[in-house]
Design a protein around this ligand. Structure first.
Ligand code: DGJ
Length: 750
């Protein structure tokens, strides 16, 4: 994976077996971009790829020049990566190459989460120093290539080397110029309870972007964007991914210019952002993760999954099996007391569940969502022994104990608000907007972070708490902090999220054994920035199995299954009113970190036995399901959306679990097959169907099948027996459990 520098053409080549990234110092010292894509020979000379140097406006008469750090005021009219206002009010900037260095490994980014390596040979980093002398500005660009991933990590740091303050107006984490625009733009859009819908549209002339100005990455858009060729599928064709390791306001944008070249950029949203850079001060951007795939969207996702699970997630919970939880939220909402919780926990334990999570409503006078956020002491009417008392009783039952908290928030009706109304985000001269009857605490203030650290460390230190669900149920409406000077209010949003990271950092260091799950009314802050602290997130408040097919499919474009908490809930579903079979709810939740969110004490005998079976199945397959490789097989976003299918295979392809789902039943369907991926074509697999059945599909599939046959012909998912569709009903699911039976070459043996 060497990074090489060819001094004649001043070309850098970051290369591994899967990708090459080529940068050239152009004749005039501007940093040009030559190529990011499939791997090129190490020995080649690629200087000619740049065509011409960047001459600003004059270049616009010819082919546009691809740049690594585009800036305004030089005649590059495309969107910039860096905008800095100088003392005289000008923003023209023309950073030129000064020097570079290459080193093993990958540096951390101060104050910000980022991917990492465990040994220096896992990655190599190129650091390029650029300078703009009139602005007294230095720019350091970081490019990391990993030894065995089709990934480039990028970030930038800007430093004021002058004597007067500068103002950073835009500091993107990465810009990437591509030579054509024959791409479909893919992004994840949604809303509360409808997160991560896959949106695909043709790239058009002009700019198209997604982003957030809410203070969190948000339900509406995820900080992820992909380009794929129109012919690219899950298993073939080119695709690029851009993802931002950040949880605050972001922008991801694609701009097509008049020559049909494409500029991508991703970073902190410049809207509402500015950052004063005092002399000698440095500003660090978050990290952008760029992926290239020539093997379809599946390989693109696979690259993100591996990196985010293994080299962004950290701590003991990165690799440890995640527990199966029972969460009391949908079973009780705010209406519970200790005996009721113990009843739920006792029944859950009998089913094989491993952790009890006490959700909202345990503190202050919290009997509805109108009160008490900020007063994190137990309501003794509900919990006479406090959190400690309940936690100890739960542990005595043989379960571990977890708790919900929403640290960044405060209710107007709370002691914290009475004591510290000045800690609330808002403009003092204006009314503050309430959302879910609550205000946001100003996490840009040190005393707020310190206070919350005190409260949380006290809670975690006093009771045997193994898990924390960290919720955040509203975003920011009036961004302003009285603690910041008038000309520094543009720093507020970024300082807010730095405060959140600092709190998480201190807590995860002090309580490394605690599993944190991030949550923001479901998937409102499901982004890579959270993963180092909370390796899993509550994917959505929508627990309906049919809805979850879409949500989990979309989320999986960028995030691993081990990051997606997925619970089996009661029917009629609380979000949709839909009645789905229990087996279907489980078969969907298995493709996430399984949990339950219902009253297990209210289950019928039959359902109780079913749930026991589900939990036994999940435990037997947990390592595979939480750490295997996901292959998406049939998209709920394509065709009539009536079917979905995916599988998870072990890294050695010896085991796999396939999930196939049909939303509405159709009579007399005729036979249908599902081709698999990720198996070894030379291996025989024993196929069993879960839950076991006597129906024609189960019978036809059960037994020994070749990997070649399963991938090239497929599993039967509907038979030509008309009886197969009768009495089955809607919202059905089938799991196929595959286990390799031999390692030898089947054809050779035959
Ligand atoms: C929103 C979360 O997503 C739910 O799971 C639940 O914890 C509620 N908040 C509690 O207020």
């Amino acid at each position: 994976m060497p990074i090489t520098f060819e001094s004649t053409s001043r070309t850098f080549h970051l290369r591994n077996e899967q990708v090459s990234y080529l940068i050239r110092v152009l004749e005039n010292g501007t940093l040009g971009h030559l190529h990011f894509g499939g791997s090129l020979a190490e020995s080649g000379s690629y200087g000619r790829l740049s065509g011409r140097e960047f001459l600003g406006f004059a270049n616009r008469l010819g082919a546009p020049v691809a740049l690594e750090c585009p800036t305004p005021g030089t005649g590059d009219y495309r969107v910039p990566a860096l905008v800095v206002e100088q003392q005289d009010g000008s923003t023209a900037l023309d950073p030129r190459f000064v020097s570079h260095r290459v080193f093993g490994g990958k540096p951390a980014i101060p104050g910000l989460p980022s991917t990492y390596v465990q040994s220096y040979d896992e990655a190599e980093t190129l650091e390029i120093l650029l300078a703009d002398t009139p602005a007294s500005l230095e720019v350091r660009l970081f490019f990391t290539i990993f030894a065995d991933r089709p990934v480039i990590a990028r970030s930038a740091r800007v430093r004021n080397v002058g004597t007067e303050p500068l103002t950073v107006e835009c500091a993107m984490s990465a810009a990437l110029d591509l030579p054509d625009s024959d791409w479909d733009l893919v992004h994840l859009s949604g809303a509360w309870a409808r997160e991560c819908e896959v949106r695909t549209r043709r790239l058009e002339a002009g700019s198209q972007s997604i982003g957030s100005v809410r203070g969190a990455s948000g339900h509406q858009h995820n900080p992820f964007l992909a380009l794929k060729r129109p012919s690219t599928t899950e298993e073939s064709g080119e695709a690029y991914g851009l993802s931002l390791v950040y949880s605050g306001n972001f922008l991801a944008e694609a701009e097509v210019d008049q020559y049909q070249t494409t500029r991508l950029r991703i970073g902190i949203n410049p809207e509402g952002f500015s950052w004063t850079l005092e002399p000698a001060a440095e500003f660090c951007t978050p990290e952008a993760i760029l992926v290239y795939s020539d093997a379809g969207m599946g390989a693109l996702s696979d690259a993100y999954h591996g990196l985010y699970r293994d080299r962004l997630g950290r701590g003991v919970w990165r690799d440890a099996p995640r527990p199966i939880v029972i969460n009391n939220w949908e079973a009780t909402y705010f209406d519970f007391d200790e005996p009721r919780l113990l009843e739920i926990a006792t029944a859950a334990h009998g089913l094989g569940i491993e952790m009890f999570v006490l959700d909202d409503g345990w503190f202050g006078r919290r009997d509805n969502d109108d009160t008490s956020l900020g007063d994190w002491t137990a309501n003794r009417d509900k919990l006479p022994g406090g959190v400690e008392g309940l936690a100890r009783q739960i542990e005595a039952l043989g379960l571990r104990f977890g708790i919900w908290i929403e640290p960044e928030m405060v209710s107007q009706r709370s002691q914290l608000y009475a004591d510290h109304s000045d800690w609330v985000v808002g403009v003092p001269t204006r009314p503050r907007t309430e959302g879910r009857n609550q205000f946001v605490l100003d996490m840009s203030r040190r005393e707020v972070v310190d206070h919350l650290y005190g409260v949380l460390s006290d809670l975690l230190g006093r009771a045997p708490i193994s898990y924390v669900k960290w919720d955040m149920n509203r975003t920011i409406t009036e961004p302003f902090s009285p603690s910041l000077a008038a000309d520094r209010q543009g720093e507020f949003f970024h300082r807010y999220i730095l405060g959140v990271y600092e709190l998480y950092e201190r807590l995860t260091r002090a309580f490394p054994q605690v599993l944190f799950e991030s949550c923001a009314g479901g998937g409102g802050r499901f982004d890579p920035g959270m993963l180092p602290f909370a390796p899993q997130a509550w994917t959505s408040d929508d627990t309906d199995a049919v809805e979850r097919l879409r949500i989990q499919w979309g989320t999986s474009l960028c995030y691993p299954v081990s990051a997606m908490a997925a619970h089996v809930s009661a029917v009629p579903n609380h979000q949709t009113g839909r009645l789905t079979p229990l087996a279907t709810r489980a078969a969907v939740a298995f493709f996430g970190v399984l949990g339950y969110e219902l009253d297990p004490a209210a289950l019928s005998d039959e359902d109780r036995e079913s749930v026991k079976g589900q939990i036994a199945f999940y435990k037997a397959h947990r390592d595979l399901l939480q750490r295997g490789r996901l292959a998406r097989l049939r998209s709920p976003f394509e065709g009539d959306g009536n079917e979905a299918a995916w599988l998870i295979a072990s890294p050695d392809s010896r085991r796999a679990v396939v999930g196939h789902y049909r939303v509405l039943n159709r009579p007399n369907r005729g036979p249908a097959r599902l081709r698999l991926r990720g198996l070894d074509p030379k291996t025989s697999y024993r196929v069993s169907v879960w839950p076991a059945g006597e129906d024609p599909v189960s019978t036809a599939n059960t037994g020994l099948r070749g990997g070649d046959e399963l991938m090239r012909v497929g599993l039967l998912v509907a038979s030509d027996d008309p009886d197969d569709s009768r009495n089955v009903g809607d919202f059905t699911a089938r799991l196929f459990d595959l286990e390799a039976q031999e390692a030898t070459h089947r054809r050779a043996r035959a």
